[in-house]
Design a binder for this molecule. Structure first.
Ligand SMILES: [Ca+2]
Length: 250
């Protein structure tokens, strides 16, 4: 039974989140302003204690296309709110939401990912599709994570719509009864979003390296972080993975 498998608690000491995608955010974030997704925070239906498994169209605003998913209301840390989604219900699941879009327009997708803290493999993988095309297959290593520190990681992708409706789909690639967790999903037209603060110039493949010293003046044209009501701010640290190796990027 799934409940029995959840009795194990992962042990370890080092967090090693791994992501695939053009942008990876390793800090807390917030839903994008003008979010088009419905129930992207998986707070509906409310009041879930423990977990509830969903199939078909039983999950508000989503369609569970295959397998099953579940909403967890356990006391472990959520990216936002009181509930998060486990892409593995009784088996690996896939779910989608059709979003009204404008052909040719670019949208930004942001989501928080973690892994079930009690059972399943240490590295959990999911697949993101947009309009039927695979966008990314991000993995999350839950080694060292605890229910109190789930290591939620925000990933982002730029997506272009080809029609008046676009299907956003997430599927578990983890063969287990516990799988990757999702929370705090949002999608918004890129043109309506605040400009990012300071755009690095290098390819987003380098790992962290020594930071060169930058001249004190003149100040770079950094866009003022945008305040999100009740959500804090979006800041430069969201783009740190793209810092140019060996270049001065104040
Ligand atoms: Ca939530």
């Amino acid at each position: 039974m799934k409940a029995a498998r959840r009795s194990r608690v992962a042990l370890g000491w080092l967090a090693a989140a791994v992501g695939i995608g053009w942008a990876v955010v390793r800090s807390s974030a917030a839903p994008l302003p003008g979010n088009l997704l419905l129930n992207g925070d998986f707070e509906q239906p409310p009041g879930i204690e423990g977990f509830v498994v969903f199939q078909g169209a039983s999950l508000p605003y989503w369609v569970v296309e295959s397998g099953s998913v579940e909403i967890d209301g356990y006391g472990w840390e959520k990216a936002n709110g009181a509930q998060s989604l486990d892409l593995n219900g009784d088996a690996p699941g896939a779910l989608y939401q059709d979003v009204p879009t404008t052909p040719g327009q670019t949208y930004r997708l942001r989501y928080a990912m973690s892994g079930h803290p009690f059972c399943g493999p240490l590295v959990m993988t999911l697949e993101v599709r947009w309009g039927g095309e695979i966008v990314a297959t991000p993995a999350f290593d839950r080694t060292g994570k605890t229910p109190e520190d789930m290591g939620w990681r925000y990933d982002e992708h730029l997506l272009t719509a080809s029609g008046t409706s676009s299907r956003l789909r997430f599927a578990s690639l983890t063969e287990a009864s516990c799988g990757p967790l999702l929370d705090d999903l949002s999608l918004a037209p890129e043109a309506t979003l605040p400009a990012p603060p300071a755009t690095p110039s290098a390819t987003p493949t380098s790992t962290a390296t020594a930071t060169p010293t930058c001249p004190p003046t003149p100040a770079p044209p950094v866009t003022t972080p945008t305040a999100l009501p009740g959500r804090g701010t979006l800041g430069l640290r969201h783009y740190l993975p793209f810092a140019a190796s060996g270049a001065c990027t104040p």
